[in-house]
Design a protein around this ligand. Sequence first.
Ligand code: SF4
Length: 471
Amino acid sequence: MQLTKTDFIQYLHCPKSLWLLKHDPGNYPQGEFPTFQKKLVREGYEVERYVQQFLDSAGDRNVSFQAEFRTDDGLYARVDALEDMGNGMTALYEIKSSTSVKTDAKHNHIKDTCFQKICAERAGRHIDRVCLVHLNGDYVRNGAIDPGAMLVFADITEAVEELATETSAEIDAGLAFLASDQDMSGCSCVEKTRANHCDAFGVFNPEVPTPSIYSLPRLRANKIGDLRSMNVLGLDDVPGDFPLSTNQRIVVDSFQDGEPKVNEVAIRQFLSELSFPLYFFDYETFSSAVPLLDGTSPHKHFPVQYSLHVLDDDGTIQHKEYLEREARLPDRLLERMKEDIGPEGSLMAWHASFEKTQNRQMAALFPDAADFLNGLNDGMVDLEDLFKTAYVDARFDGSTSIKKVLPMVCPHLDYNDLDVQDGASAMESWKRMLDAAPEEADSIAQSLLSYCERDTFAMVEIYRFLMELIS
Ligand code: SF4
């Protein structure tokens, strides 16, 4: 069985999840954001091309790319770049599309570079220097990409050396673990909060229902332990006198009573503070590892589209929208926003911090529009907030994303009929649209418009639902 650096990092995070992936891949659940994962991979290749261009441009360097190393006991590494430095010395380059050297458990760049070095050396190639190439987060594109300014070459030889003995032992343990038999029932994350669970949690713990005690907001591990010691996994079994926070208890009550828990006073208060016209607003943005446009930086988002439903006090509703069809900063988008959003009324978004961040960044990019954008932020309200405490339904399964809330409160409306169903797909579609032939570009544009429109129409319907609830 083969062990790559990606496998190795997964092994360090959780041996059992890697074991399942390797021994029973068909049973390993696909992650929740496959489009996002594909985007990361595609962008990784793009960064590699610029590193290659940069290293090749120094004509006197002897660099090879994608050298493969295999060992008899199953290690496999494809090294991004190897440089023959002369005198029999070799440098290894590991290329990342992040903007820093990461050392957290899930993305330990030192560890996975160390894996590459050990694999190359066990396969017979001595490595003298190790370099991690990542993006410079402060780089601002201005014309053609300047690889020398966009890339950071961090010498991590010493850091890798310090971890070599430990990593070598971990690699051997990982190989032995993969070769062993494992019990598929249960895993240690039953003791931990949901943030620690991987996609395979349900495979190892099929007895845990949905929703479960893990769906309770901010439930700490010690409380999980207390509940498990009482054989409580489902919300129906949580005792009435078990100590929970107010927000946690509301979720339990909602489940046990089979109905949402509604604080009408809080909802009425929230809605009474709104003034007409009501603007229901949503951005779609684009970001990429290698900046697409002048004035942008690695991984910095900029809006490419918005949808806006405007509801008047007489019940009339208008829909306005803008989609940028060219690779261009949001200057035209901004002009249209100024036409579409008037000085009176309340601006509403779902998870408004995202829209506010875009506005702040645009204000920096277009100082002339800063007053307008800051004004939008000052008055923006977040419809999602109501669903954190004032309207709580255990069927949201611990999330207040619009995609969880909408089907529960407005079952006639969902996203299933749309070609684009999430933000990552919208980003990928927008990029594809830029390069597509006219007919295909029109079709992609229509899909993007429909998706963004659904987001704001969903807010309108949720607003109407709330109004009816308190009427
Ligand atoms: S849920 Fe946790 S312990 Fe279980 S397989 Fe995933 S990471 Fe490992």
